[in-house]
Design a protein around this ligand. Structure first.
Ligand code: ADP
Ligand code: MG
Length: 301
């Protein structure tokens, strides 16, 4: 049976919108020394906005129109941002057929008879390579410039040919920097995990006060899972590894962590895989739950 102190700590959490599925999860969270946090939608608000469009093979409006049509089959936050930008400019979108999402990489669809994709620079480079080409130097330079500013660059391609690069900016959550400092004060090391590229990740990490050693970028969903397994096996992770995430791509890692915490407002899949949930998108709830857990355990011992 669950000790009364843990039960009342769970109730106290619930009143603050911090849901925990059981006493064992709360106890483990209190002893954890590592907390891995997804970037997009967890450390950041998950509401990216298109800030720039660099057109290469087509005009600027055409790049946005085709990118938005391709993204219309995806529910990814980046897709929603591209669609919102197209709507703001009053563009009429052609229909997309056979849309296929590759988690952590890209979305591909048939638009006006062409096979278009919008995806990560890595995906774009691989597509070019598969056709025996490389991304033009001017495209690569544009991507690097956007990423150095903490923006996520996605590439619109027609087959292997780059038509444009869109830059998106997703602001850190207002309580992210303070929460990371509070975790450190509790003796817990925060780590940022992201599928985004290393340059963008480090620029955001700098804003949040995270050192380069605490950032893991360019992770596919399976990489996040492996990373959590490795952390649990490490000396530092033996007392417990918590993971906070919001997306479908985080669900396997959330399930693999000792304590998976779903960010409220995220996907249902993430909620189901998790042991706890932060409603109202309050990231500080991670630190509050650790404090509640430790206070309860002091009462028990
Ligand atoms: P994160 O781990 O930061 O939440 P994801 O794993 O969901 O990010 O995505 C990683 C990268 O894959 C994105 O930064 C983007 O470059 C690319 N990507 C994934 N889905 C899409 C999409 N629908 N449109 C454009 N790019 C995408
Ligand atoms: Mg995410």
């Amino acid at each position: 049976s669950v000790p009364a102190a843990l039960t009342s700590a769970i109730s106290a959490g619930t009143r603050r919108g911090l849901l925990v599925k059981g006493g064992a999860a709360l106890e483990k969270l209190g002893s954890s020394r590592l907390v891995a946090l997804d970037k997009t939608g967890t450390l950041t608000a998950g509401r990216p906005r298109v800030t720039d469009i660099a057109a290469f093979g087509a005009g600027r409006a055409e790049v946005l129109r085709l990118a938005a049509a391709t993204e219309s089959g995806s529910s990814h936050p980046l897709a929603r941002a591209v669609l919102a930008a197209a709507a703001e400019e009053g563009l009429t979108l052609p229909t997309a057929q056979d849309a296929q999402a590759q988690a952590g990489r890209a979305v591909t669809a048939t638009v006006e008879g062409r096979t278009l994709s919008v995806g990560s620079p890595r995906h774009a480079a691989e597509q070019a390579q598969a056709a025996g080409q490389t991304l033009p130097a001017e495209v690569q330079a544009q991507i690097a410039a956007f990423e150095a500013q903490g923006r996520t660059a996605v590439v619109l391609q027609d087959g292997a040919v780059c038509l444009g690069v869109l830059a998106l900016r997703d602001e850190p959550r207002p309580d992210a920097r303070a929460t990371l400092a509070r975790l450190r004060a509790l003796g817990v090391r925060p780590l940022m995990l992201t599928g985004d590229n290393a340059r963008t990740a480090q620029a955001i990490a700098d804003d949040l006060g995270l050192a380069a050693g605490d950032v893991r970028a360019e992770l596919l969903p399976a990489d996040k899972l492996r990373l959590i397994t490795g952390l649990r096996d490490s000396h530092e992770g033996r007392a417990g590894v918590a993971m906070v995430g919001d997306g479908i791509n985080d669900a396997p890692a959330l399930a693999q962590a000792d304590v998976g915490i779903a960010m409220g407002g995220g996907t249902d899949v993430a909620l189901e895989a998790a042991d706890a949930a932060l409603l109202r998108g309050r990231l500080a709830g991670v630190a509050e739950l650790i404090e509640l857990s430790r206070a309860a355990m002091v009462n028990i011992r």
